[in-house]
Write a protein that binds this ligand. Structure first.
Ligand code: AMP
Ligand code: TRP
Length: 336
């Protein structure tokens, strides 16, 4: 039996942080051998808000190396860059023609980003979830492993797939979001009610995967807390305590019960160094592998090229079905 397929993607729009790792990549790594995985670096999504070209190129390469450094293996995964597979934008255009404006207008992420971009909000930002649907559906995956924040985009993707199938005949597998209950949302270190995000202006709100041990200690030291004695999960009045305990649980590999018992009687001065050590120990092997890969740009480039070819072969097959189904005249085959 063939393994079920998965597809997911991350934007190379900033440095990867602990939320990306604990909410997404760590789970991809843990499950990779059970699936045939496609993990994409979605550079065309990144440019829906302004990017510095030089930095974008560097971050794209860096994210590719980080995927590998985090433990994704090429025997189970195709790792590739979105712009290396032109089928994504072609399918996005075709999907744009069957997606009602109001489906896209409802997207929360769009509304939030539009708020920030104001008059500069681009058509590309509006179409962002349509491109995301194209990313996913080209590979006919059964599962899309993402964080909670992506649920609405995956719903839209399913709606687009259903609509296409209804209008043009069965073409797409309807994928399912695969969202883990725990660690699905890692929150900001400076505000436990907001998610840890690449776009937060404060560096102290997040820990980057490539942060030095010193920087990690400093950020944890400065992390927002409260003045209640004893550190406990699940208290709505203590979002920071819940978040820091969750990070400790996920980086230490201990169960929730173990962590709750261990930390119930602690004060912050005792807990924070423990948490910092746990994060440092988690990131150390990743950073070491990253440095090794980064020192071999030729090797990375070759891997990128090979993987892009694999992705293109799969994507092109789906796209050809779509072109045929929609009635585009083909130059291949007979004239009848
Ligand atoms: P992004 O950084 O928005 O490109 O997200 C890349 C992946 O990381 C997606 O699957 C997100 O759902 C996930 N992710 C981003 N931020 C967080 C967070 N704070 N907690 C958990 N998962 C996150
Ligand atoms: N929108 C996703 C995010 O911000 C990134 C993304 C683009 C994605 N295409 C995708 C995620 C396809 C999963 C599948 O995290």
């Amino acid at each position: 039996m063939a393994k079920p397929r998965t597809f997911s993607g991350i934007q190379p729009s900033g440095e990867l942080h602990l939320g990306n790792y604990l909410g997404a990549i760590k789970n991809w790594v843990a499950d990779q051998e059970h699936y045939e995985n496609f993990f994409c670096i979605v550079d065309q999504h990144a440019v829906t808000v302004p990017q510095d070209p030089k930095l974008l190129r560097e971050r794209t390469r860096s994210l590719f190396a980080l995927y590998l450094a985090c433990g994704l293996k090429l025997e189970y995964c195709v790792l590739f860059v979105q712009s290396h597979v032109p089928a994504h934008t072609e399918l996005a255009w075709l999907f744009a023609t069957i997606t009602p404006m109001n489906w896209a207008e409802r997207m929360i992420q769009y509304k939030e980003k539009k708020e920030k971009q104001g008059e500069e909000t681009s058509v590309g930002l509006f179409s962002y979830p349509i491109l995301q649907a194209a990313d996913i559906l080209l590979y006919q995956p059964k599962y899309v492993p993402v964080g909670e924040d992506q649920r609405q985009h995956i719903e839209l993707c399913r709606d687009i797939a259903r609509r296409f199938n209804d209008r043009f005949g069965q073409t797409f597998v309807i994928p399912e979001a695969f969202i883990r209950p725990q660690g699905a949302r890692i929150m900001s270190l400076t505000d436990g009610t907001r998610k840890m995000s690449k776009s937060d202006p404060s560096e102290f709100s997040r820990i980057h995967l490539l942060d030095s041990p010193d920087a990690i200690r400093k950020k944890i030291q400065k992390a927002k807390t409260d003045s209640i004695r004893g550190i406990t999960f699940d208290d709505p009045a203590r979002p920071e305590a819940h978040n820091l305990l969750t990070i400790y649980m996920l980086t230490s590999g201990k169960s929730k019960e173990e962590v709750a018992a261990e930390c119930a009687g602690m004060g912050w001065a005792q807990f924070k160094p423990l948490l910092a050590d746990s994060i440092i120990a988690t990131l150390e092997p990743i950073q070491k592998r990253y440095q090794e890969l980064w020192s071999e740009p030729g090797y990375l480039h070759e891997l990128m090229r090979e993987n892009a070819a694999k992705a293109r072969a799969v994507a092109e097959q789906t796209l050809q079905k779509v072109r045929d189904a929609m009635g585009f005249l083909s130059l291949e085959g007979s004239l009848t």
